[in-house]
Write a protein that binds this ligand. Structure first.
Ligand code: SAH
Length: 469
């Protein structure tokens, strides 16, 4: 190890910044965040830096650096563009045994400042010792994603009751176990998902009981997994996927996404066939209840968004009745994912002032839609589950007055590597499809906006336009 990592308390300590420019300002800001009194010395000092120094209780000297300037310093930062000054500061500080950092000159430093992920009071400090700043940045970005902003709140909450826990749970091992379960259980989950009041109340109850609720009840997470591309998962979805004990998933959740679920979670496939829908749905509801009652963290992973043609509402209704805690995490719905990846804006000032999501499901071999409304121009229609009813939908719209030349795009396996887009017109689509093998899932976008794909397609080239118009 080239450097010994420490965190220094510099509250109200005098820290000296030599330099008056942009970089000096950034260093001074960092010192100020940790509560230092910042003195600034430079012939020319920016006004922001001057103000900052004053707010911290530090002083500014509008002149060149002098050796005496370091005398009372706890830490020194040199941020000038004058090599001789930087060297002199470094030498004096070493003689006085005061830690010194010279910006971008590691050989003149006796300490370096790590890159940080700040979830105060929780702080992660990182350094590559100058070996690879880019690798360091990538690592920091990953950590930023891994720890939601609310981790700071959680740490503060834990800190606020530490003494009380010490009084109630006297044995050190017991206390460690208590904290481990609190910080992995429902209290942490509530805090991290922004339900601070609930987290606080649960934690207080658990302290006074001397046990952790994780031992008692399970929870269900109804999570949208997006349209297929794993990169389109939300951070929250990913976090819950990595904490689940049981996962219930169906056809629309891609294997690549399932791979991201915690390795040792139990996986239950509850794929639905259209005709068995009703029966199966009750079965799924029952499974959710059963596992949650057994104290499990149950992940119900659904394609797209759980509240868009996802029966998400039905699945949590029984949980709500039974008093089982649950969370709902939105996902990118197929319409948004397919539109973006096909280069089709769903609204556009010139072509579409509104967009509707409709289901093209057949009921008694009929598509029952409000045709006159849907046939209005100036709107984009997105048809979910339409492959069987496609022909009927195009025909119905034309019969109710929508222009037969209205462009349409059928997006097959949108956002996945195999995505394919078939474009045609309302009048031409059926014929075009008769000559093509199409694989589920598919989504149909109808409206003038489809034309924009000619210039906006970015995923594949826009050469698949079919005839039939
Ligand atoms: N809750 C989901 C929709 C479920 S209904 C969501 O918000 O996206 C299932 C229908 O969604 C499919 O029949 C298909 O029309 C559409 N769909 C889902 N994923 C898709 C994808 N990757 N590409 C095209 N269509 C998709």
């Amino acid at each position: 190890m080239d450097y010994f990592p420490i965190f220094i308390d510099i509250r109200a300590a005098r820290c000296v910044v030599i330099g008056g420019g942009e970089i000096a300002l950034r260093k001074a800001e960092a010192l100020a965040r940790a509560g230092a009194a910042v003195d600034v010395i430079a012939p020319v000092i920016r006004s922001e830096l001057r103000e900052l120094a004053a707010t911290t209780g530090g002083a500014c000297q509008d002149r060149g650096y002098e050796p005496d300037d370091l005398r009372a310093a706890r830490l020194v930062v040199a941020a000038t563009d004058d090599g001789a000054v930087n060297r002199a500061v470094s030498e004096h500080a070493r003689t006085l045994n005061i830690p010194v950092n010279v910006v971008d000159q590691p050989d003149l430093c006796t300490y370096i400042v790590p890159s940080i992920v700040d979830r105060s009071p929780l702080v992660i400090a990182l350094s590559s010792g100058g070996a690879s700043p880019v690798l360091l940045r990538l690592l920091r970005e990953r950590l930023e994603r891994m720890f939601p902003a609310a981790y700071g709140e959680l740490a503060r909450l834990a800190g606020s009751v530490r003494e009380r826990v010490r009084e109630v749970i006297r044995d050190g091992d017991g206390r460690r176990r208590f904290w481990e379960r609190v910080l992995e259980g429902p209290v942490a989950e509530a805090a991290v998902s922004g339900r601070m009041e609930q987290a606080r109340a649960m934690l207080h109850a658990e302290i006074e009981a001397g046990t952790v609720a994780a031992d008692r009840g399970g929870e269900v997470w109804l999570v949208g997994a997006g349209p297929g591309d794993p990169d389109l998962l939300t951070l929250k979805a990913l976090r819950l996927m990595q904490r689940a004990d049981v996962v219930l998933h169906d056809n629309l959740v891609s294997p690549q996404i399932l791979d991201l679920v915690r390795r040792d979670a139990e996986r239950i496939y509850v794929g639905k066939r259209r005709s068995l829908h009703a029966v199966r749905q009750e079965g799924i509801n029952a499974l959710l209840l059963e596992h949650a009652r057994a104290g499990k963290r149950v992940l119900r992973l659904k394609g797209g968004d759980p509240f868009v043609f996802g029966r998400g509402g039905e699945e949590i209704a029984s949980l709500a009745t039974e008093g089982i805690p649950f969370q709902v995490v939105p996902g990118i719905t197929a319409a948004n994912g397919c539109a973006a990846y096909a280069g089709i804006p769903l609204t556009h000032r010139d072509y579409a002032q509104s967009v509707r999501f409709v289901t093209g499901h057949l009921k008694d071999d009929q598509v029952n839609l409000r045709w006159p409304e849907l046939a209005e121009p100036g709107q984009t229609l997105v048809v979910y589950m339409g492959l069987v009813g496609l022909e009927a939908i195009c025909k119905g719209l034309i019969e109710h007055g929508r222009d037969p030349a209205t462009p349409v795009a059928l997006i097959e396996r949108g956002t996945l590597p195999e995505q394919r887009v078939i474009t045609s017109t309302l009048a031409g689509l059926a014929e075009r499809l008769a000559a093509t093998e199409v694989h589920a899932p598919t989504l149909l976008i109808i409206g003038e906006v489809v034309r924009l794909r000619d210039t906006l397609a970015w995923r594949e080239s826009a050469v698949d336009s079919g005839g039939g118009a």
